[in-house]
Design a protein around this ligand. Sequence first.
Ligand code: TXA
Ligand code: MG
Length: 329
Amino acid sequence: MKPVTTIFTRSARTAARCILSDELAAFPTETVYGLGANVFSEQALKKIFEAKGRPADNPLIVHISRLDQIGLLTLRIPKSARKIIDTFFPGPITVIVPKRKEISKLVSAGLDTIGIRMPKHETAQEFLRECGVPVAAPSANLSGTPSPTSWMNVRDDLNGKIRCILKGRTTDVGLESTVVDCTGRRPLVLRTGAVTLEALQSVLPETRLYTKKKTRNSHEPAAVKSPGMKYRHYSPKAHVVIVSVKKPPRWVPGVAAAYIGLTPPKEHDATRFAQVLVCHSVDEYARRVFSFFRRCDKKHIQVICCEQVAPDGLGRALMDRITRAAHHD
Ligand code: TXA
Ligand code: MG
C-alpha cells in the first residue's frame, strides 16, 4: 500500500471533502470512531479493506444523516426495522435490511442485505450532512485490534494509511452499535450494544439474541449470520482473563498484570497490578475498556484481568466484548 499523508482536522467540512474525492476519513460517533468512504465509490470502498487489513467477506455498516437516505440503500423496510428506526434512530443501533442491487457488493461482502445506522453524535451528524451521501464505515482500527474510542487510537492504527482524521472527543458509549437483523421471521440481535435487548423487547417482544448453532461433530458454527462475529475481535495483545470475587486472579510470578473492573482489588493485590482501573458504573467500564486494553499493550502488560459484570442491559454487551477478547487464542 502506498503511504498517504494524513490530515488531522476539527472541520467536518474538510473531512467531508475527502469523502467526496474518493478518499477515506475517520470520524467520531457516540459508539466508536468510524472509517468512512462514499458508499457510491467502489474505489473508496476498496481502500477501507486495504487500510484496515479487513477480510473481504466482512460487510460494512452504512451511515446516514437523514431518514430519506434509507431509500437509496433499500427498497423494502421490514416492519420490525421500521419500528426500530422510529424508536431508536438516531442512536447506537444498526438495522440489517434487504439491500438495493445498485449498492456495491463490497459493502455487503456479497450478501443481499445491508446494515444501516444513523449516529446521534453531533460531529458525526455534521460530517454526514456535509458528505451528502451515505457513508460506509467500519470501526477505524486495524482488523483485530480493539475498536478506537479516541482520535489518538485511530492515529495509532491508521496514520499514513488514510487521508483524514476528524478529531472529536472520546466516544460516549465505547462499544460498537447493537446490530439487529430484520430480514427474518423475528428480529435477531447479531451484536449487543447500548440499545439493549430489554429496550428492543419493550417495543418488539419477539426479538431474540442470535446464538451460533453448533454442528454435531465440531465446534465450528454451522452458519455464521454476521460474518464479522467469526473474526478475532476486540483483542489486545495481552492475554485477557475474566475474574470475579468468587474467581480471583491467579498470580504467576514475573508476569506483568493489569486489572479493570467495578470492585477495587484487595489492597495487597492492588500493588501487584502494574495498571489498575476501577470504574464507578457499567457505563464507565464499557466506555473505557477498549482504551484500557490499548494502554496495557503499550505498557507491555501480559495479562489483563477483567472483572465479570451481570450480563444484562449494557453489561451484556460489555461481557460479550470481554469474552471475545478472552477467547482470542
Ligand atoms: O458502532 C458501530 O457500529 C461502528 C461505528 C463506526 O458505526 N461500526 C462498526 O463497524 O462497528 P464494524 O464494521 O467494525 O462492525 C460491523 C458489524 C460486523 O460484525 C459485520 O459483520 C456486521 O456488523 N454487519 C454489517 N453488515 C451486515 C450485514 N449485511 N449482515 C450481517 N452483519 C452485518
Ligand atoms: Mg470493527
